[in-house]
Design a protein. Structure first.
Length: 102
């Protein structure tokens, strides 16, 4: 699992936008659109800030929160089964929100 960025835990609760550093060292701004717990682990759904005008699309990135030395990191999910399980849960949550908006 590759770590993407160290981020203070309270920022995940309050921030709409977070800056993450990719594996090339470039900073990219993301909008945090959802956060869920699956099987005891926390996951975030984010979209790149420049894609904000397409926020109604179903394209988003799922990252796993990793706690290391009392700091929270966001990491990609390398295990396909874990990713599929979490993606399915996010889909359910976002689908329910879409139904409420109608």
């Amino acid at each position: 699992m590759s770590e993407i960025e160290n981020i203070p835990e309270n920022d995940l609760d309050t921030a709409e936008f977070i800056d993450l550093e990719d594996e090339n060292g470039e900073t990219v701004s993301f909008e945090l659109i959802g956060r869920i717990e699956v099987d005891g682990s926390n996951y975030c759904a984010v979209i790149p800030e420049e894609d904000d005008e397409n926020a109604d699309s179903d394209v988003y990135v799922i990252l796993k929160e990793i706690n290391k030395n009392d700091e929270v990191y966001l990491a990609t999910i390398d295990d396909d089964k874990e990713y599929d399980r979490v993606a399915k849960e996010f889909f359910k949550v976002f689908d329910e929100l879409d139904e409420e908006d109608e």
